[in-house]
Design a protein around this ligand. Structure first.
Ligand code: HEC
Length: 199
């Protein structure tokens, strides 16, 4: 019996450390998504340490009940302003008040890591699912969609979807939902964690 318990514990120890590590956001920790190894025009290289992590590990009801973490390469001020205004807008009773949300400059990249969560109330990330990315392209890239490109990667860094509002698959899978926050330049900016205080 002892032997069996030992065998099971060893087995669990082999299986679980990989899962538990996913919840640790030490910047030196290797991303489980491998998009930073992707050759291409977009500098995702080492995004976990080179970008700013602007959220904690958040539970996302809309994003298919996954656990999410968002990073931005620059212009964190725009995200911060829009987050603050979004909270004000939620609490504002005067419906006629206009909110001046910021637009993101060309070259802004947002990376979102999406994790499947374990069952129960603990909401522990058990496995990486996809990395979803928005890139602010040059003016004229997609006038209707404020020049955002949407990309979805699997964990191995393979591109599953890439394009803008003119691409029917991207429109259906990304744009049609993000257009709900057109006033916030298509970025939900739902969560924010002061990056200087990010643990
Ligand atoms: C059903 C609605 C919906 C769909 C479809 C959707 N998103 Fe999102 N997305 C959200 C919400 C809501 C957030 C805010 C954070 C959260 O709750 O996950 C978000 C956040 C993001 C962010 C972080 C920046 C921000 O908006 O705050 C990126 C990047 C992103 N999504 C990319 C994508 C891509 C790429 C696709 C298509 C593959 C996609 N999303 C499809 C709802 C959606």
């Amino acid at each position: 019996m002892k032997k069996m318990i030992l065998a099971v514990s060893v087995l669990l120890a082999v299986v679980f450390p990989i899962d538990l590590k996913i919840g640790v956001w030490d910047p030196s920790e290797k991303s489980p998504f491998f998009i930073d190894e992707k050759d291409g025009p977009d500098p995702y290289k080492n995004y976990r340490s080179n970008y700013k992590r602007i959220t904690g590990f958040e539970y996302s009801g809309l994003h298919w009940n996954q656990g999410v973490v968002v990073y931005i390469n620059k212009h964190v001020d725009a995200y911060w302003e829009n987050y603050k205004l979004y909270i004000e807008q939620l609490e504002e009773e005067d419906r006629s008040r206009k909110f001046n949300f910021k637009k993101y400059p060309v070259g802004t990249i947002l990376v979102k890591e999406n994790f499947n969560l374990g069952k129960g109330t603990q909401k522990v990330p058990i496995s990486p699912q996809t990395a979803t990315v928005m890139v602010k392209r040059e003016v004229g890239y997609d006038k209707e969609g404020n020049d955002w490109e949407y990309v979805r990667f699997n964990t191995k860094g393979k591109v599953l979807l890439d394009g803008n509002s003119k691409d029917p698959a991207v429109k259906r899978s990304c744009y049609d939902c993000h257009r709900n926050v057109e006033s916030r330049d298509y970025v939900f900016s739902t969560f924010y964690k002061n990056p200087t205080k990010a643990e």
